[in-house]
Design a binder for this molecule. Structure first.
Ligand code: SF4
Length: 388
């Protein structure tokens, strides 16, 4: 296990303490690029991205959605730019957004230059969908350099360069990688290297293989994505599996979860994937049992109530909700706070010690009280209060 800098709080007093954890692999070394106030690659934290689904030309609706994404923890937001009306909206959106805005351009190379000049932090280009893109590379690179704008070469299986269709039939991952490297080389030939790369596919197996090969072939920062991953349930699983496999190998510098759902969900899922792998500081985390024939409380409802009550906690707190005393005290000991239920009561456990036993209907409010006391010990992060 690679060192994460986390401390092991074990003591020799015989008292049980939480075992150490860390990251699964050192981060692969990549070039660092700037996307507005956010860096991608190098030693920059892995960022979470999403994309608005408003009409970009509707500036107010787009900025409102960006504000929601920002509040949910989004680091970088992308907006679709399919028409001149959308291009015209970019200066207002780029200047008023709290987070860097990336313009997503297909088909029209003129829009790439326009988005750069509009002040977007970066532009995503899909060479497979931009007519005569290769002839525009020098002009795009010059403009991006002048404005300090980053690019993403975004290769998608659905719009792969026609020259690679034959290879795709036998080696889809290879074709995605080849397409990305071909475009990267054209930018390198004009001295431009401030770009990230993505090679997205809807099949997590192909996607993982493509990113693995790409990470061997170049040191550009990689934007991970399973494209068209599906509705929230399926998309969350596909993205988690694929991102998990790659991030566990140190591959990936920025991520976008694609869901057929509210983009706020994408941000939350992306953030939790990073937290689960210790690639972003964990905030509120609930450890709850699945319940079984031994359960002496409605664990599902209790876990939902606790999650809802504590979802806005901004301190790294782990809360255990256990349905009985079989595993309850043990799991609760590894949490900051927990409850082990039984006989219509709940044992409230703080930092491994049972501090009180309360009736079942007082469990949630007692947990919240104790969580607020723990939060008060984190003055440097404020003392977020949780409301019942
Ligand atoms: S903690 Fe108790 S109720 Fe929950 S799954 Fe384990 S044995 Fe069952």
């Amino acid at each position: 296990m690679a060192d994460s800098g986390m401390t092991n709080q074990a003591t020799d007093s015989g008292e049980f303490t939480r075992p150490p954890t860390g990251v699964l692999a050192p981060r692969r070394r990549t070039r660092k690029i700037r996307v507005g106030k956010v860096f991608i690659g190098g030693d920059a934290p892995i960022s979470v991205q999403s994309m608005t689904n408003t009409l970009t030309a509707d500036v107010n609706a787009t900025l409102q959605q960006i504000a929601k994404l920002t509040a949910a923890g989004c680091d970088i937001v992308r907006v679709a730019v399919p028409s001149q009306d959308d291009v015209d909206a970019l200066p207002a959106i780029a200047s008023r957004s709290q987070i860097p805005v990336v313009a997503d351009i297909h088909f029209n190379p003129k829009y790439v230059i326009a988005a750069i000049e509009a002040g977007c932090a970066a532009v995503r280009v899909n060479p497979g969908n931009i007519k005569a893109f290769d002839n525009k590379i020098a002009e795009i690179a010059r403009s991006a350099t002048e404005h300090g704008t980053g690019l993403r070469i975004g290769i998608n299986a659905g719009s792969l360069d026609k020259r690679l269709h034959r290879l795709y039939e036998t080696d889809p991952a290879g074709a995605l990688v080849q397409s990305a490297l071909n475009e990267a080389r054209l930018f390198e030939d004009v001295g431009f290297r401030d770009f990230a790369i993505s090679v997205k596919h809807h099949d997590p197996v192909i996607m993982v293989e493509a990113y693995r090969r790409l990470s061997q072939a170049c040191d550009y920062p990689l934007h991970l994505g399973v494209t068209e991953a599906g509705p929230a349930f399926q998309g969350t699983i596909k993205s988690s599996v694929a991102f998990g496999a790659l991030l566990a190998e140190g591959i990936g510098d920025t991520i976008r979860v694609s869901l057929s759902a509210d983009p706020v969900q994408e941000v939350k899922v992306g953030g939790k994937i990073l937290e689960a792998l210790n690639l972003r500081p964990r905030q509120f985390e609930i450890v709850s049992c699945p319940s079984c024939g031994r359960a002496q409380v409605d664990v599902y409802t209790l876990a939902e109530q606790v999650t809802e009550a504590m979802k806005d906690m901004t301190i790294p707190i782990r809360v255990a909700v256990m349905g009985c005393v079989v595993n309850g005290p043990g799991e609760a000991r590894e949490a900051d706070l927990g409850v082990a239920s039984g006989n219509g009561k709940g044992q409230i456990i703080v930092k491994g010690k049972v501090i009180k036993t309360v009736p079942e209907d007082a469990i949630v409010e007692t947990l919240i009280e104790e969580a607020n006391k723990i939060a008060a010990d984190f003055p440097e992060q404020g003392t977020p209060q949780v409301l019942v």
